[in-house]
Ligand binder design. Structure first.
Ligand code: GLN
Length: 188
């Protein structure tokens, strides 16, 4: 199984390490030619307006959006969650616009810019997941075709819609591989 990792910015190496540990082959995605033959795509964290501009500059925005609409499994963490969303509250920044979600950026306020919390995510098993948040977004609301896997204070922090998976947190910054395994299992 070959997984592309968008390599414009963010924790590319950490995603690569976990995916490799799970037995997947990975390829860094910088240009549209890198998308050929991949079975899934990971969108790491970073800064979503910058990543959006870089996606546009490298002519990746339309090709990735098209693959996503055609069913390519895509997993976005943090900035990746923002880019996957159709609606970014108060922003007209570039995006892939694939998920029927309304995302609020930097949603936890200054005090809570970065924090870690063990959170129960039943779809990953009984043991709570160590969720690392870094200036994280949340999903304020979502249409009925979106399956929320983790709620906190009525906000969605981990969600799935068909071939798309989005986390407000950074599972690549922990040793716990269950989120990535879940993504690979979606692919089959
Ligand atoms: N705050 C960033 C943004 O709005 C996301 C942060 C992250 O990816 N860790 O794009």
């Amino acid at each position: 199984m070959k997984i592309g990792i968008l390599a414009l910015q963010g924790a590319v190496r950490e995603h690569r390490n976990i995916l490799t540990r799970l037995g997947a082959e990975t390829v860094d995605v910088l240009y549209a030619t890198d998308l050929v033959g991949i079975d899934g795509l990971v969108l790491p964290g970073g800064e979503s307006t910058t990543t959006g501009k870089l996606l546009e500059r490298n002519n990746l925005l339309a090709p990735i959006a098209e693959l996503g609409r055609a069913g390519l499994p895509i997993f976005g963490t943090c900035t990746g969650m923002i880019l996957l969303s159709k609606h970014i509250i108060g922003s007209d920044q570039q995006r892939l616009g694939l998920m029927d979600t309304y995302v609020e950026r930097n949603a936890f306020g200054r005090q809570l810019a970065s924090f870690e919390a063990e959170m129960p995510i039943p779809v990953l098993g009984e043991k709570p997941f160590p969720c690392v948040f870094i200036r994280a977004p949340y999903i304020e609301k979502a249409d009925a075709n979106v399956t929320p896997h983790l709620y906190a204070d009525n906000k969605i922090l981990f969600a799935e819609q068909g071939n798309l998976l989005a986390a407000a947190f950074h599972p690549e910054l922990t040793d716990d591989a269950r989120v990535h395994r879940y993504f690979l299992q979606k692919i089959g």
